[in-house]
Design a protein around this ligand. Structure first.
Ligand SMILES: Nc1ncnc2c1ncn2[C@@H]1O[C@H](COP(=O)(O)OP(=O)(O)OP(=O)(O)O)[C@@H](O)[C@H]1O
Length: 291
């Protein structure tokens, strides 16, 4: 299967009041890459992902920017292409919330990824062929939540819901996955598992992944390349390993702290009861047991 490259050329988006959420963004992501999008709150990460997904059009003027996915135009000069719906059918979305239909089982949510391939009558009745059901279970196994397949999605933890959305993208056969802060508000262990599931999708299936993150240490660990935004502009595009605290301070000034928060606590920073920073679950248990 061919996976999709992404090309953004000179994209700008101005919201009411003249605020430029995106200001001449140009990036190219090759097929099969896993790229982190980082930036402090309000830097434009979600806005860029919403443009990539064809939900929002950029500024409407000549030369205002263009996006191509898999070689096909998603938008140009502030106008969405007629192909957007077709393109979206092959894009997997993993968002911070509202990923799943709560009242449906986990496996049905994953099977929703196959809807584009099935005849309408089957999709209306939620009648999925056995082969598809097996694929869904296999995908849930890959992300480590097959035991929850027949529970309602609402009963899953936040991290498990994200992994179910990743399993859905696997079954969908997505050619590109856009993940908007999929680990925000997760504890470090849950965040690690979500990032590993995304990496499995990228490395195992070759799917292009663009993931926005607040915490730079997750970008360094899971994404070979990072694109950093500040005030709607690309301020860094290169190897994640180059994003040392010094480099971040150079790029963001005081805002750099926001991107480093959530790091696993070092012993020096941790209080005797471990309440500073984010104790890992095992640490939290040990602390609770101690008492
Ligand atoms: N629909 C909108 N109307 C007006 N302004 C908006 C809208 N969407 C985003 N913005 C503004 O655009 C800028 C970029 O917002 P965006 O949500 O893309 O940032 P972000 O990097 O994703 O931030 P966060 O990490 O907090 O989610 C912000 O100043 C925001 O207030």
């Amino acid at each position: 299967m061919t996976h999709w490259a992404v090309e953004v050329r000179n994209l700008s988006k101005t919201f009411g009041g003249g605020r430029k959420a995106l200001d001449g963004v140009s990036i190219t992501v090759a097929a099969g890459e896993m790229v982190a999008l980082i930036g402090a709150s309000g830097s434009g990460k979600s806005t860029l992902l919403r443009h990539l997904s064809g939900l929002v059009a950029g500024d409407r003027r000549a030369g205002a920017g263009a996006i191509k996915i898999g070689g096909a135009a998603v938008q140009a000069n502030g106008r969405l292409s007629a192909d957007v719906r077709r393109i979206r059918g092959d894009v997997g979305f993993v968002f911070q919330q509202f990923n799943l239909v709560n009242r449906l089982t986990v496996i049905t949510n994953v099977l929703i990824g196959t809807l584009g391939r099935l005849p309408l009558w089957r999709t209306l009745l939620f009648r999925f062929p056995e082969t598809e059901r097996r694929r869904a279970i296999a995908a849930l196994q890959r992300v480590g939540i097959a035991d929850w397949a027949f529970q309602r999605a609402a009963t899953l933890s936040g991290g498990q819901q994200q992994r179910a959305a990743i399993a859905r993208a696997m079954v969908q056969g997505a050619k590109l996955v856009l993940a908007d802060e999929p680990i925000a508000s997760l504890d470090p262990e849950a965040a690690r598992r979500v990032m590993e599931s995304l990496a499995e999708l990228n490395r195992g299936d070759g799917v292009t992944v663009i993931v926005s993150l607040h915490q730079v240490q997750f970008a360094m660990r899971y994404c070979p390349r990072t694109i950093a935004l500040r005030s709607g502009q690309v301020v860094f595009d290169g190897p994640s390993a180059a994003l040392t605290p010094q480099k971040l301070a150079e790029l963001y000034g005081a805002e750099a702290e926001e991107l480093l928060l959530g790091e696993a606590p070092t012993p020096a920073k941790t209080s005797p009861r471990g309440t500073i920073g984010f104790p890992r679950p095992v640490e939290a248990l040990a602390i609770a047991a101690a008492g």
